[in-house]
Design a protein around this ligand. Sequence first.
Ligand SMILES: NC(=O)c1ccc[n+]([C@@H]2O[C@H](COP(=O)([O-])OP(=O)(O)OC[C@H]3O[C@@H](n4cnc5c(N)ncnc54)[C@H](O)[C@@H]3O)[C@@H](O)[C@H]2O)c1
Length: 262
Amino acid sequence: MGLLEGKNALIFGLANDKSIAWGITQAFKREGANIGISYAGEMLERRVKPLAEKVDCTWVEECDVTKDDQIAITVEKAAKHFGKIDVLVHSIAYAGRDELNKPFHETSREGFKVAMEISVFSLVALTNAFLPLFNPGASVMCMTYYGSVKVAPHYNVMGVAKAALESSTRYLAYDLGPQKIRVNAISAGPIRTLAAAGVGGFRDMYKHFADMAPLRENVTIEDVGNSAVFLASDLSSHITGEVLYVDAGFNTIGVQISDKDE
Ligand SMILES: NC(=O)c1ccc[n+]([C@@H]2O[C@H](COP(=O)([O-])OP(=O)(O)OC[C@H]3O[C@@H](n4cnc5c(N)ncnc54)[C@H](O)[C@@H]3O)[C@@H](O)[C@H]2O)c1
């Protein structure tokens, strides 16, 4: 029997088969979850619908998380289809290209606002909107990156947003703990996805990562998917408010010396 048998899981942030959300979707399917998928923007429908079919998912809904009315409609549709929800995955982030290429001190007011709204506030908004549907023991999770705690060149306002996302995870976990609802974050190492392509210098950072990480490997969407299964399942029933690093150990290194330098 799969670890998520009988659980209803909603996954927000599927764009294509490179998305971290796709690694999570496939792992959840393997473990027996009933899956619902949400995506943003008509342009993605063409890519998302065939992926949903592959995992026998019939609940595929468009939701732009900057729109309260779209969130409310999505909750209504989920209530009708699933009744109750056991797992909610937030795998959403956005910052303008300028913000991820210029120096951080040149971040614009609007660019800062947009990054925080889409990448951080959306977790709060979705969690609050779905609250009436959560079963006791429900698990909410979001995706973060180490640029929240240390400087990752070019990550800029997204690093600031991830710090706020991790903090929001803790505050939500505190609020929802009495209802036995857990909220955690997965901090993944760099993965080649659509979102990552917007970060200046990503290619070099990706290569450097595999030279430096204790496991000497990059992480994959399958690795993140398997860790997401753990956080979604009852195996993690007393873990909440945490940031789980799925990064081949990269964050544990204080002084970086590549094997190649020796
Ligand atoms: N790729 C990496 O290296 C990496 C590492 C650590 C964390 N993450 C995080 O993982 C999450 C998923 O990113 P990904 O790398 O899989 O890239 P991705 O581009 O596949 O996913 C990002 C998703 O955000 C969605 N999105 C953007 N604006 C939205 C809006 N207004 N409403 C709803 N959805 C919106 C996009 O449609 C897309 O599906 C993000 O939070 C990202 O920051 C990525």
